[in-house]
Design a binder for this molecule. Structure first.
Ligand SMILES: Nc1ncnc2c1ncn2[C@@H]1O[C@H](COP(=O)(O)OP(=O)(O)OP(=O)(O)O)[C@@H](O)[C@H]1O
Ligand SMILES: [Mg+2]
Length: 326
């Protein structure tokens, strides 16, 4: 079967493509002011799948996006971004009955933040019916940008996509966010069983499993049948446990002052997936992931840091010097 597969794409990312409007800095007493001037208010691309697709594309891989937008100005902005970034947007469904999601982020000077979101926006409306399943086999890797981000892409929806991916010999990667509808591990266990590389952060892994330490959380996740759990541990780097019991800890880049960690996880996944596409082993993929994320946290926004592959390659050399390797 797999030899008739058309691999036009390296990776296809499934999930959210929205617009963020960050408002910063705002003070907590914003309502005491009649008008509140800021130096800049503008739209930025947001959403896990488009963030990932953007970074992977900048790292030089052929990337496709499966998402839902409305037939509106924000939807057009997202489509335009795909074209400018070289992301194949065949899989971006434009629905005239849906409003594209916008997140307005209010950020205080000391980094406290809250998001105002549209509970009827495209992120909440996306279902399996918006997914063109025939596109999946065109890629080598399927990245489910995040479990739980599009609440209606539930276990059954993911299983439908993942089965197709597996029938075509593809690798499946997935990240997660905190469940929005209080979903439990049991609710997504079947889908998790198809995943080759799962990228929760430490808090999320604990939350989903009810465990309090890395190894126990990893074991609970592995029990679903997935292959490798890659738990992000912020400035420490990441902890990996595989189905065969192998444990690997890969440290983060040293000496980084994080300005904005939004999208650090998306950049991590992008670096890891790029490594996989290049046939790197799991440790090298994790290094590439840490290094990519380390650039991201030094700039604001999820896609403001990594501009091109050269930046990551340079940073990788520094990383190897820090840890005394070639
Ligand atoms: N201070 C730091 N120095 C170096 N690297 C960092 C730092 N903070 C984060 N990173 C890198 O970013 C990766 C992802 O960060 P984190 O563990 O916060 O993920 P996350 O919580 O999924 O992020 P997100 O907020 O995007 O969801 C880490 O594994 C690490 O490689
Ligand atoms: Mg995350």
């Amino acid at each position: 079967m797999s030899d008739i597969r058309k691999t036009n794409l390296d990776v296809i990312c499934v999930g959210a493509a929205i617009v963020d409007i960050p408002l910063r800095p705002v003070s907590k007493n914003i309502f005491d002011c009649e008008s509140y001037p800021l130096d800049d208010i503008s739209m930025t691309i947001g959403g896990d799948a488009i963030n990932e697709a953007t970074i992977i594309s900048r790292l030089g891989k052929k990337t496709g996006l499966i998402s839902l937008v409305g037939e509106d100005a924000v939807g057009n902005y997202i489509l335009e971004h795909c074209d400018k970034t070289g992301i194949d947007r065949t899989g971006v469904c434009v629905d005239k009955d849906v409003r594209s999601s916008i997140n307005v982020g209010l950020v205080t000077a000391d980094g406290e933040r809250t998001f105002v979101t549209n509970r009827n926006g495209s992120l909440w409306k996306m279902t399996i019916d918006h997914v063109d399943l025939s596109l999946i086999p065109q890629a080598k890797i399927l990245s489910m940008a995040s479990f739980f981000n599009n609440p209606r892409i539930d276990n059954d929806a993911m299983v439908r996509m993942f089965r197709i991916a597996k029938e075509h010999g593809m690798t499946i990667c997935a990240d997660m966010i905190k469940p929005r509808l209080n979903e439990k591990l049991e609710d997504v266990k079947e889908a998790l069983g198809y995943v080759d590389y799962f990228f929760p952060n430490f808090d999320e892994a604990c939350l989903l499993t009810g465990e309090k330490d890395l190894e126990k959380a990893a074991d609970r996740l592995l029990a679903s049948g997935l292959q490798h759990v890659v738990i992000k541990t912020g400035k420490k780097g990441c902890y990996i446990k595989s189905f065969d019991g192998t444990v690997l800890e890969v440290p983060a880049m040293k000496g980084i002052t994080a300005v904005d960690t939004i999208g650090a996880g998306d950049n991590f996944a992008s670096g890891f997936i790029t490594g996989l596409l290049e046939g790197k082993d799991i440790r090298e993929c994790a290094k590439y992931a840490n290094v990519t994320a380390s650039i991201s946290v030094q700039s604001t926004g999820a896609t403001g840091g990594v501009k091109n592959r050269g930046m990551v390659e340079e940073r990788l050399k520094e990383y190897d010097q820090q840890y005394g390797q070639e």
